[in-house]
Ligand binder design. Structure first.
Ligand code: ADP
Ligand code: MG
Length: 337
């Protein structure tokens, strides 16, 4: 059984004059101990998907369909109100959040309250969820600090006394404080310089392996996920375009959007692909394009692409493309054409 299985999840935001279809029918699963990368350009719905799983959606978010099965149990059946919004105060979900499913936030730089010591904030989080005394919680916080590479005596410092990289590490310590089985890391290194990014990413990966956690790494940068994920889901306009093992998606690309995304970043294995960005504009999620949402930007699009929503085509076990012409295009996409 998968640890997490998301089935046909749709999350729409109500705004004045319409609905933002931020997540519009995504399905994927993650096994215990496995890492999946969720990639796609900014605004395609990655964070919304993460907030649905951790049940931290804002008040104008409505679950329009789907299931979020965690250890086989649908979290939405616990917390979804009749109107489709989530019950923020649901006790059962609160027990699962942080302790079972935890999250390293995008923009973690500001995750800590500036007026309290970083260590105290971690100790408080531990004591909120576990019946341990202050001494035990402090010992755990110190252990976590050294685990993520921060000197233990830094536990007495305030957030402003930490560098950006250290704050990020402290955020990771906070996310791991309750030994969760599943961690979502939302652009965990985006705010950092490239060298620190690489180091922290590898450290997250190492910790994930040591602790045998499953993880979902969210990023707009495909080169980030290649190195740390076994599996990749490529998202565009609230939907998944292609999903498969990292090798399948990179070596046997089967969606024009994935090919465009890979072409936008330098290859980690040398100059196989040239650097180019995808022409055109990101879609309007209030009035998304008909048929395949990528068709207005796709250089291979045919008439049918504007009319028909692609069902998934399974190219090989575990590798699915949501492009009508996936089979026909594979050779072209992998020759850089
Ligand atoms: N609370 C909200 N109300 C209305 N629209 C929102 C809200 N939060 C996010 N959105 C919109 O939903 C879409 C997906 O956003 P997000 O999930 O943050 O994307 P990503 O993380 O991939 O950059 C974007 O168009 C964004 O503007
Ligand atoms: Mg985001």
């Amino acid at each position: 059984m998968a640890l997490l299985e998301v089935k046909n999840l749709r999350v729409h935001f109500e705004i004045q004059g319409g609905w933002v279809k931020a997540v519009d029918g995504i399905s994927f699963s993650i096994d215990s101990g496995q890492t999946m990368g969720l990639v796609g350009e900014s605004g395609c719905g990655k964070t919304t998907a993460a907030y649905a799983i951790t049940q931290l959606l804002p008040n104008n978010a409505y679950i329009k369909s789907g299931q979020i099965l965690y250890r086989g149990r649908d979290l939405l059946s616990i917390s979804k109100k009749p109107d489709g919004r989530l019950d923020d105060y649901n006790e059962e979900i609160r027990k699962i959040r942080w302790k079972e499913i935890s999250m390293i936030f995008q923009g973690a730089m500001n995750a800590f309250n500036p007026v309290f010591k970083v260590g105290d904030q971690i100790i408080e989080a531990i004591q909120l969820h576990e019946d341990v005394n202050h001494v035990t919680a402090e010992a755990r916080a110190k252990e976590l600090f050294s685990f993520v590479g921060i000197p233990e005596d830094r536990i007495k410092n305030y957030p402003h006394e930490f560098s950006g990289g250290m704050k990020q590490r402290a955020m990771i310590a906070l996310a791991l404080a309750l030994s969760p089985s599943f961690v979502i890391a939302d652009e965990p290194t985006t705010a950092l310089d490239v060298i620190t990014q690489d180091r922290i990413l590898f450290e997250i990966k190492k910790l994930q392996e040591q602790l045998d956690m499953a993880m979902m790494i969210i990023t707009h940068d495909v080169s980030v996920v290649a190195e740390v994920s076994e599996k990749i889901a490529v998202m565009y306009a609230g939907r998944i375009m292609e999903i498969g093992t990292t090798v399948q998606v990179f070596k046997n690309t089967a969606h024009p959007y994935t090919a465009g995304l890979l072409g936008s970043f330098p290859s980690i294995e040398g100059p196989r692909r040239r650097l180019e960005s995808i022409p055109g504009f990101p879609p309007d999620l209030v009035n998304p394009p008909s048929g395949c949402p990528f068709h207005p930007r796709c250089k291979y699009a045919k008439d049918v692409c504007a009319k028909q929503v692609p069902g998934g085509i399974e190219l090989e076990p575990s590798h699915i493309s949501y492009c009508i012409f996936a089979n026909e295009l594979r050779d072209k996409l992998n020759r850089g054409g």
